[in-house]
Design a protein around this ligand. Structure first.
Ligand code: AHR
Length: 357
């Protein structure tokens, strides 16, 4: 039953795409239409354009049934996550032809995610979106989805070991490049180097390793910088503050740079620096990743010194990938979401008025 429904849907979707492309191609002859259907959606409708949204409604499956999407999500975990998962829910809307089943993890617990994933496979949804709270342990669930011919798209988080044959694509900014950019800035901002500390995300999360790899790929060849240590602060401001308090005491406040792998931990560190009688942005430079409003305001106020964006608003790209995948089209195995950087109060002030997260 499931497979027949999916084949019927794929055929229906392909037909719809062919029709819409045919329409888009206006005046191309039928023969072309077929070949066009393979590429044109990519060519004509970049994800994120308004037309995508409009086009989306008309692209709903001809059988009128919404595309059922199981979203194995992370749930509450800070501002970035809230922005990303809200954006997914907004774009995978009924208006756009979707029936999104949102399943946030219970207290970031992987077992609850695997249970939700398994029930989506048993239910026979059309596609699964996965934001893994932990990188390891997904081989079996992904293999089961593959056997059921349910495509899986990774949202933000990768799996470890990374095996692209087990999923359609991963959509996320490039963590290695993003954190390399932070390190490059630090080398420029502190030409004489200094002692630095790293506030990491939770152990076992793929992006944490990727961000360490990017950072270390630069800092390991900068002898003027001395690593005083690294510790997880679990993406949280409270723990970012308490860990930094301990680090400053242990190093007699002789720390010149803090790399916080996300905004919340960096904001906590800034509080600890102030409470230690130091001036964040002068005595201690703090750099973060995410680019949420709170961090941009702290950058505008000079408490943070550098913010690398990790753009969470890629729902339209995910919708585009789902449509292409169900239409039998292939997509890149890693779709990188462009992300900017902010290295001054002025840059933050300029960006804040239109900041969406
Ligand atoms: O996976 C992305 C990370 O998860 C963000 O940088 C962090 O804020 C979030 O919790």
């Amino acid at each position: 039953m499931i497979i027949r429904k999916r084949l019927h849907r794929a055929a229906a979707l392909a037909a719809v795409v062919a029709v819409s492309v045919g329409l888009a191609a206006c005046g191309g002859d039928d023969d072309d239409a077929t070949s066009d259907s393979a590429s044109a959606p990519a060519a004509t409708e970049p994800a994120g354009s308004d037309s995508t949204a409009a086009g989306a409604a008309s692209d709903a499956p001809a059988d009128g049934e919404p595309i059922s999407v199981g979203f194995v999500a992370v749930g509450p975990e800070g501002a970035w996550r809230a922005a990303n998962e809200a954006n997914m829910q907004e774009t995978f809307s009924a208006e756009n032809g979707f029936d999104l089943k949102y399943a946030p993890a219970t207290n970031l617990d992987q077992k609850s995610q695997i249970d939700a994933f398994t029930s989506f496979v048993d239910e026979g949804v059309d596609v699964i979106l996965l934001s893994a709270t932990e990188g390891a342990g997904w081989e079996d669930p992904l293999t089961r989805a593959q056997e059921a011919e349910i495509p899986v798209i990774l949202i933000d988080r990768g799996i470890e070991p990374d095996d692209p044959s087990l999923y359609v694509t991963r959509i996320a900014p490039d963590n290695v490049e993003v954190s390399k950019g932070v390190a490059d800035w630090a080398v420029t901002a502190l030409p004489d180097g200094g002692n630095y500390y790293v506030l990491e995300g939770p152990a076992g999360v793929g992006v944490v390793n990727e961000r360490n790899n990017g950072w270390d790929s630069v800092m390991d060849s900068q002898p003027q910088f001395v690593k005083a240590g690294a510790q997880t602060a679990n993406w949280s401001a409270e723990e970012g503050k308490s860990v930094t308090e301990t680090v400053l005491k242990a190093n007699d406040n002789d720390i010149q740079l803090i790399f916080a792998q996300n905004d919340e931990m960096g904001l906590g560190a800034a509080l600890a620096v102030e409470e230690a009688g130091l001036v964040p942005g002068e005595d201690v430079l703090i750099a973060t990743i995410d680019g949420t409003k709170g961090a941009m305001e702290a950058l505008a106020a000079g408490q943070l010194s550098f913010v690398a964006e990790y753009n969470p608003l890629f729902g339209d790209t995910a919708v585009d990938v789902v449509r292409k995948t169900l239409a039998g089209e292939s997509v890149e195995s890693y779709i990188i979401v462009p992300s900017g950087t902010f290295d001054s109060p002025e840059a933050a002030q300029e960006a804040l008025p239109t900041r969406q997260y």
